[in-house]
Design a protein around this ligand. Structure first.
Ligand code: MN
Length: 291
């Protein structure tokens, strides 16, 4: 018998961990584990991403099990494992906790869905995954490719550079802000990019690229990829971003891809029902509805 949690401390539609030994699962079944990382110590502009896991989970209760657009129910087994223990002010320690937690989850054959926290936490997740032959789909207003930011090697602003050090292919989507150094690095290393302007001009090319992607895919969504009209409560808002309908389409295009994990970062809402948390929760909800 399945019990659906009503506690706002767990993502909507997640099952009790006691169901975990439920019979009937095969290795091919997709199971998902939600983990929060309430860490925001490297934030340089709007703080409060430490409240992201709480506000995104709370907002997830606004959605119907039936996904109207997809015409199907959210039936995939989802377990919410709660939050990783973070060490505020200590990236390295927090990163180690994230890495070991994600390793435990993947060892159980469960796909991690991580809620940040600011973007630096994605590095801890990727450290726990096999990055050879992996493509990281990175949705963000910013490239996050600096080698260091304000003297810090590990930061929300350098996270994709650190992930690129791990060796996966990277595709950046929704970009509209970068330093000259980052733009040069992306060009030199052949990181594929679709800016928010590209998406408006040549959506079909972009869809073709996504469709032709083979192998394992990891998805990292910095919610500032949306226009600040739809996601004002993020660490570093940037104008001229995506609409929720476009983000929805991108998430839906992950159907049939071999997704080994997804994270949603940079939600810094402190208000219940705030538009940023609702749009953030929708990313995870839409993704889980694909299975
Ligand atoms: Mn960003």
């Amino acid at each position: 018998m399945l019990f659906y949690t009503e506690s706002p401390l767990k993502f909507a539609f997640s099952r009790e961990a006691t169901d975990f030994t439920e019979q009937g699962f095969t290795d091919k079944d997709h199971r998902f584990g939600v983990v929060g990382v309430p860490f925001d110590s490297t934030t340089t502009y709007k703080p409060c991403a430490r409240f992201g896991p709480r506000s995104v989970r709370e907002a997830s209760y606004n959605f119907e099990r039936y996904n109207f657009v997809l015409g199907k129910n959210l039936d995939a087994p989802v377990y919410d494992f709660g939050d990783v223990e973070v060490a505020h002010g200590n990236f390295k320690k927090t990163c180690k906790h994230v890495e070991s937690t994600i390793s435990e989850i993947t060892d159980m054959g469960i796909t991690p869905v991580t809620i940040g926290g600011e973007h630096s936490i994605s590095y801890g997740v990727l450290k726990a995954l096999e990055t050879e032959d992996l493509t990281v789909i990175h949705l963000d207003a910013h490239m996050d490719l600096r080698n260091a930011y304000m003297g810090e090697k590990y930061s929300h602003a350098t996270v994709m550079r650190r992930i690129s050090d791990l060796g996966p292919e990277i595709i950046q989507i929704g970009i509209r802000s970068a330093s000259q150094e980052e733009a040069a690095f992306a060009e030199e290393t052949g990181i594929e990019q679709y800016t928010s302007y590209d998406l408006a001009k040549r959506w079909d090319d972009f869809e073709r690229t996504l469709r032709s992607l083979e192998g394992s895919v990891y998805v990292t969504v910095d919610l500032d990829v949306l226009d600040p009209a739809y996601a004002p409560s993020v660490g570093t808002p940037a104008p001229c971003g995506l609409k929720p309908q476009e983000l929805e389409k991108i998430i839906f295009s992950l159907k049939n891809k071999e997704v080994v994990g997804l994270d949603l970062v940079e939600v810094s809402s402190t208000q219940i029902g705030d538009v940023t948390s609702v749009n953030g929760a929708k990313v995870i909800y839409d993704f889980l509805c694909l299975y």
